[in-house]
Design a protein around this ligand. Structure first.
Ligand code: FDA
Length: 392
């Protein structure tokens, strides 16, 4: 049986980062993954440019049963630390919006940087290799793999969540946690488009492809970002963000002209050009197809001069307080991340080690820490992987 100091399960962002750090400390490290290539989600992330971190890291931008759990790792290995590594690798980057940092070129540059760093740290990488049971043994653990049983003093579970099974997501990490008696927080797809019932889709379908800035909220939480109407419902950054907070049966509220007093604008437009159609006035605030849609939905057929104050207010409310009840989401098939996972109560926030199971660590998405859209999830993967890599 081959022996290693550290066996990392999963060659994604968190696993590779943990392996590099442990390898740099002189530990003999093995990384095992059933995928044919390492870092596949990094490769496709950020539309192929990898939104690798965010300058606005703050605890309230992470969802967890214990939102403060992530703080220790995030403070010890920061967005600036990762940027310094990207700079040292000569990878160009830019800030797109809202503190989101993207590669100027391709996301594969990040994967290559991590592969180079792993090789330099002497990390062994087994790709296309299945994983089986992890067992406690004297002096550490044994792990069943497609290449036979391997022994490790420490095991770092970095197999991610359930999102995008087509890319190899399995939920394996939750099974390992369960086998060691660690509690799990219920999982659900997050950062995912929301879907609607046939009766809503009927009127939404003609809007498919329309996008614009909006405020999308659910309860007290709201996001001012782009919204996209699709054939299945609603997508775009603002909708993906709110999907992490939305629960079945709740309504989401759309403000299609955030920061604008639409009622006042419509009254002024009516005064200035009463013979103009409502869609023309709305077209100054909304994409044209949406403006026409609101006009039709409000049952307005004549010029604005024929509209009374109550009707103008009704239209303004349609634009700014549009309440919709999704029937569900597109699920793990398209979700960018998985909410829930290994309960943080069972982990040491400084090291990611399981309390009561010395030598067993959980890092990245498998843990009940889920970031907002915008580079937060990769930063969690880097920071938590780094934390485990310092001690495993
Ligand atoms: P990750 O899922 O990356 O890695 C887990 C690894 O474990 C995989 O290589 C998998 O093959 C392996 N594995 C799983 N089960 C196994 C088993 N049973 N046996 C063997 N191996 C197994 N985030 C962000 O911050 N910025 C962004 O731009 C994006 N963009 C983005 C786009 C898309 C389309 C998706 C789906 C996701 C994003 N994300 C993102 C989220 C980000 O990709 C995610 O948070 C991290 O990849 C999580 O890193 P982990 O290493 O924890 O898991």
């Amino acid at each position: 049986m081959q022996r290693f100091d550290v066996i990392v399960l999963g060659a994604g962002a968190a696993g590779m980062f943990a392996a590099i750090e442990a390898g740099r400390r002189g530990r003999r490290v093995l990384v095992v993954d059933h995928a044919k290539a390492a870092g596949e989600k990094i490769r496709i992330s950020g539309g192929g440019r990898c939104n690798f971190t965010n300058l606005g890291i703050a605890p309230e931008r992470f969802i967890s049963r214990n939102p403060r759990f992530a703080l220790s790792a995030l403070k010890r290995y920061t967005a600036r630390d990762f940027v310094a590594r990207v700079d040292a690798a000569g990878i160009g980057w830019h800030e797109k919006t809202l503190g989101q940092l993207f590669c100027d070129g391709s996301a594969t540059q990040i994967v290559q940087m991590l592969l180079r760093d792993m090789a330099a740290a002497g990390v062994e990488l087994w790709l296309g290799c299945t994983l089986g049971e992890v067992r406690r043994e004297a002096g550490g653990f044994s792990v069943e793999t497609g290449r036979g049983l391997v022994a490790g003093g420490a095991v770092i579970v970095a197999t991610g969540g359930k999102s995008i099974p087509k890319m190899g997501a399995t939920g394996y990490g939750y099974q390992v946690a369960g086998a060691f008696g660690l509690p799990l927080v219920e999982t659900r797809p997050a950062l995912v488009p929301l879907t609607f019932a046939a009766q809503e889709l009927e009127w939404m379908a003609p809007l498919a492809g329309v996008s614009g800035q909006a405020r999308v909220s659910c309860g007290k939480t709201g996001f001012d970002e782009a919204v996209l109407f699709t054939h299945r419902g609603l997508s775009g950054p603002a909708v993906l963000q709110i999907s992490s907070y939305w629960r079945e049966g709740e309504a989401v509220m759309l403000d299609l002209a955030p920061g604008v007093d639409v009622g006042a604008v419509l009254r002024a437009e009516k005064q200035a050009a009463g013979r103009a159609m409502l869609r023309t006035a709305l077209g100054k605030l909304l994409p044209e197809r949406l403006a026409r849609h609101v006009e039709a939905a409000a049952g307005v057929t004549g010029p604005m001069a024929e509209m009374g104050r109550a009707k103008l207010d009704e239209v303004a409310a349609m634009v700014q307080r549009w309440s919709l009840v999704p029937v569900g989401s597109e699920g793990y098939r398209t979700a960018e991340v998985t909410l829930g996972g290994v309960d943080t109560d069972a982990l040491d926030g400084r090291t990611m080690e399981a309390k009561g199971v010395p030598g067993l660590y959980f890092v990245g998405e498998v843990v009940d820490v889920t970031g907002w859209l915008g580079g937060y999830n990769f930063q969690w993967a880097w920071s938590s992987g780094w934390a485990a890599g310092q001690v495993a």
